[in-house]
Ligand binder design. Sequence first.
Ligand code: MOS
Length: 720
Amino acid sequence: MTTKTDNAAVTGAIGSGHTRVEGRDKVTGAARYAGEIPFADLAHGWLVLSTVARGRIRSVEDAPVLAMPGVLTVLHHGNAPRVDTDYVGMLGRPNPIVGIFQHDRVPFVGWPVALVVAETSEQAREAADALVVRYDVEPHDVEFSAGHAGAYTPEDSALVQAETSKGDVEAQLAAAAFVVDEEYTTPEEHHSSMEPHAATARWDGGRLDVVDSNQGTSWVATELAKLFSLDPSSVRVRSEHVGGAFGSKGLSAHQVAAVMATTLLHRPVRVVMTRRQMFSLVGYRSPTAQRVRLAADADGRLRALDHESQNLTSTVHEFVESSAVLGRVLYDADAHHTLHRLVRLDVPTPTWMRGPGEAPGSFALESALDELAEKCGVDPIELRARNEPGTGPVSGLPFSSRNVLACFDEGARRFGWADRDPRPGLRREGRWLLGTGTAAATYPSGVGASTSAVTAEADGTYTVRINAADIGTGARTAMALVAADALEVAPDHIRVRLGDSDLGPAMIAGGSTGTRSWAWAVRLAAAELRERLALGGGIPPEGITARSNTADAIAALPEMERHSFGAQFAEAAVDVTTGEVRVRRLLGIFAAGAIVNPLTARSQFVGGMTWGLSMALHEEAIRDRASGGHVGADLAGYHFAAHADVPVVEADWVDDHVPDDPVGIKGIGEIGIVGVAAAIANAVWHATGVRHRELPIRPDRVLRAAEEARRRAAGEAPGA
Ligand code: MOS
């Protein structure tokens, strides 16, 4: 990307498709991931996880294991270094799972109880398998249900407001022409990024150096410094290539274990998670139990919107799956209420997973909207148009830009919505019943302070330093395009350095904020550099560097409702004699601000939509009530959409200009998944006349629902 080409007329890099600048390295194997970078004298740690769901460790019988070939040490609560978990990090208090080996309490199956370190990975694994840990077991509760007696309303946090309320919901429900009052459930789901979590830690000239796979090296470095009471400048975290993260790659047990072991052994130590270990160590999407109540006038105008969502959390940490937030953005009503509730169980703490909150929340709210459309006899898109708010339904703030109806218009045109007969259960093609469905999507457009440095090199190229995390999204390429536009040079004159905490602080790749946050910092630095270059004079051998920090510019941004929007369309085919559901088409149209790289942006939308299909039809992690652990916690037992399940998926976007935002980028990491499961469930209803309010829409559920519908139609009693 540093070959010289003609520099003339090269603005407009943003918005033109570019393949990944590191693509060749990735496909040839030259790109190294955290678990495969070589180190001299490397030792290998293997985590040992609890097999009971609640209790205390009585003993870790490490003596026989220490005598096994190659074993160097066994760390556990009886001998591990102490760490300080009493701190507040970027996203609040740390998940206590990073405080490994500090006490004998076991709060769930899969809690780290020991680390076996050996000369080779195989020796460590064999010894870890042989390690006997004895427990004093206590009774556990891992059963999530809507009516759980322990449900409570959490405190508001900086990230989630637990409850919002205006008007009298009950009065509006009583006075309305049409009411929908339904419960919806979504299951436990897992990120399972292709690259498992891995870290290598070592001490290098008095500095802690950690090679890791994460969503933000400054974030992980800062938290490691706090945890181990180190000067922040003495911790360096690098994360050059990341094979997917989806919310699961922050500070976890493996980096902490590697740091403890390297500190004791004085040699580099690597800890890599297995696929199975990821199911308990890195978080997951909580199951949800949601109730949506909608009340409308005869013409479909909303009088009441009430969305309550309950999720689970662990006994040691609180996580709110913010599924009730959609209504705060999408629809106004005379009476408006949203509420989150939590249940503490003896399970690992859930965490952010692609489209956290909105992904499961949209299944409930956008299914309920479709049910209301059916009751009112109003087209689902028209119903949304009639309830389009002028300002934030709860905040009253103006929208920075809001083009959700443009998404529906464009989507309807391309999908062929105008020809749709709204009546369900009418279209048949051989053994298949056919239907179409739609749903709205939204996701917040956030931003975080970042620093950047842009250097004009003596050889006529440019170096951009921005501590972005490229978690597979194409961040390197996006930043090259942003810098090319700002500098008015060709993208191949620009090299991008990222994924290294020594580059200085920058926003994480999370919450769909990365590209917007980093682009802002790169642009400021590039603009400053251009001014300095315009002064003339030669470029010295060390180059000319301009630096930026966006903290002040971000603070000066007026408070507004800032969100991406979208419209999802699905066509489903259902065989009610086998219970099989096939999605035949997916179309998503998005309004997400400026699209930096259409090639990789489309991939992200399509990836999110594919995951939405997987969520609708396949994914659920099953917990065994007796053991408290998962059944089939691997990619054989955890079913997700494979190639044959995925039809043509089309994603595109409409113009979405954000007038007051100097960057104009909104972020696209999460919105692709939002609304997809509802669009598919609405299509399944349109095909069969049966509503599915539990995900995933499994064959047995389709069969049971079809049998119930048949009995109702025949006037028979409901089946057992
Ligand atoms: Mo995203 S779930 O904030 O990585």
